[in-house]
Design a protein around this ligand. Structure first.
Ligand code: GLU
Length: 478
């Protein structure tokens, strides 16, 4: 029988969407799409102090930008608190949980005693053994209580989809609280109830949740609910082998977006950080990834975030951007600069094409358009000393300009003709063409590198070329 996986991504909305979270979302998405299940989004916003609407908006936006389409309505955990309480009530009724009337001071004393006696459990379970009369009396007196789950498991074992067999000494865990004295459910309870009610049968999340899973299994068992399959994804680390964070540079989806990383490239990179395809293919669209994805090939060991690789992958995805995709982005950039595309579209398109293979981010690429409109303001220093400061350069370019006018009066301004003119002019002077080409490039773009100079000159047009050479003349040596 074909297995279908009902999965969810369950972020706590207390900031931007971290790339680790995005990777978890992506792997869940792939599992749902590959195996024909559902991919749900649940916002775990019960921590009212830390959750913000702003963060919820950012997370949803980031997932939309990545194109990780979800199924069904978004589930907000905060709206389900009554249901969580109800389950705590059931566990009390069935005797799988008990009321704990210990005060914070008593609990601290117990913790201290456990520390001194080197005991594993910091709570001694004393309220487990209260008589029903005592409980009755406490309730009548209005004493506040939390609800604790009875932990008699001894050992908890499960087969993790990624890590294989996991065994935990449940003995080491307290009878943990599932409902606080103020009536709010604890994360462990909310997650189990929601996952159960949403029909989740595969929980894929970061390995930092491994101990949570063992606690949650106890709740499933106490409720007599089917335990979902668990898979704990390895963490994404920075180059210093610490968990990737802002310290390492960009760590949130939005930061990468702002830097001109394409959503398809970020998915591609994050996907490969969690899973290995069978072959050597490295560039994937999201649909291709769904096709190639295999739950059996998720990585066990943690992955170091390699920015260079991401940029390389991004460059490969830039190769697939079409002009209709680039045009609106370019138009926005131009508008921000008070410029219009009107009448310039075909020139701009040719100009942008020249840079496509030379850039690794969308931002870099869009920036190049400035060169189409603006003459260089500065010339790189090393370029100036190498190419402008040779004796006779200014004179040479003065003559070159005259020759340009002569040659291109009647002729088409076109790359092969431009090349021919430069080569002939250089030959007539007994010079290598490079003697002209290098300073010319610096004059045109302010840098010592550029796409093919003849194509560049062709698309810039004669007027701009002449203007830029004239602008550079004062920096050249006579
Ligand atoms: N809300 C938890 C978090 O953001 C994840 C819970 C889960 O996936 O079970 O870390």
């Amino acid at each position: 029988m074909k297995v279908t996986y009902q999965v969810r991504f369950a972020p706590s909305p207390s900031g931007w969407l971290h790339v680790g979270g995005a990777r978890t979302a992506l792997i869940n998405y792939l599992a749902a799409r590959k195996y024909g299940g559902k991919f749900y989004l649940r916002i775990e916003d019960t921590d009212l102090q830390r959750s913000t609407d702003e963060s919820i908006g950012q997370i949803i936006e980031a997932l939309d930008w990545l194109g990780l389409e979800r199924d069904g309505e978004i589930v907000y955990q905060s709206k389900r608190i009554e249901r969580h309480r109800q389950v705590a009530g059931e566990l009390l009724k069935t005797g799988h949980a008990y009321r704990c009337f210990c005060t914070p001071q008593e609990l601290e004393q117990k913790r201290e005693a456990a520390r001194q006696n080197k005991e594993n459990r910091s709570y001694d379970g004393s309220c487990r053994y209260l008589s029903s009369g005592q409980i009755e009396q406490n309730l009548k007196a209005g004493l506040p209580f939390s609800v604790r789950l009875k932990n008699d498991a001894g050992r908890i074992g499960f087969t993790d989809l990624i890590r294989g067999s996991v065994e935990v000494e449940a003995d080491l865990m307290d009878d943990f609280i599932i409902l606080r004295a103020d009536g709010t459910p604890v994360y462990q309870l909310s997650v189990v109830v929601d996952d159960h009610d949403m029909g989740i049968n595969l929980v894929l999340r970061g390995e930092d949740h491994l101990t949570n899973s063992t606690k949650q299994i106890l709740i499933y068992q106490a409720m007599g609910w089917a335990v979902p399959q668990f898979g704990h994804l390895s963490l994404i680390l920075g180059t210093d082998k610490k968990r990737l964070s802002k310290r390492h540079g960009a760590a949130s989806v939005q930061e990468f977006q702002a830097r001109g990383i394409l959503p398809s490239a970020l998915n591609n990179y994050l996907g490969l950080l969690g899973w290995s395809p069978y072959d050597e293919q490295e560039i994937y669209t999201l649909d291709e990834m769904v096709e190639a994805f295999d739950l059996d090939r998720l990585h066990r060991s943690s992955a170091v975030f390699d920015e260079k690789k991401l940029l390389w992958i991004n460059g490969k995805h830039i190769a697939n951007i079409t002009w209709p995709q680039l045009k609106p982005l370019l138009r926005t950039r131009l508008q921000q600069r008070g410029l219009e595309m009107n009448g310039l579209e075909s020139g701009l398109q040719t100009f942008m094409e020249l840079f496509r293979v030379r850039v690794s981010t969308l931002e870099d690429w869009l920036q190049q358009s400035d060169l189409f409109f603006d003459d260089p303001e500065i010339y790189t220093e090393s370029g100036v000393s190498k190419y402008f400061q040779n004796e006779g350069t200014a004179t040479l370019f003065g003559e070159y300009l005259k020759n340009l006018d002569l040659v291109f009066g009647p002729l088409v301004w076109q790359d092969q003709e431009i090349e021919k003119q430069i080569r002939e002019f250089a030959a007539a002077k007994g010079l290598a063409a490079g003697k002209l080409i290098h300073p010319l490039r610096l004059a045109l773009v302010g840098k010592t590198e550029s796409p093919g100079i003849f194509e560049l000159m062709s698309v810039l047009g004669k007027e701009k070329v002449v203007r830029r050479i004239k602008k550079a003349l004062p920096y050249m040596q006579h």
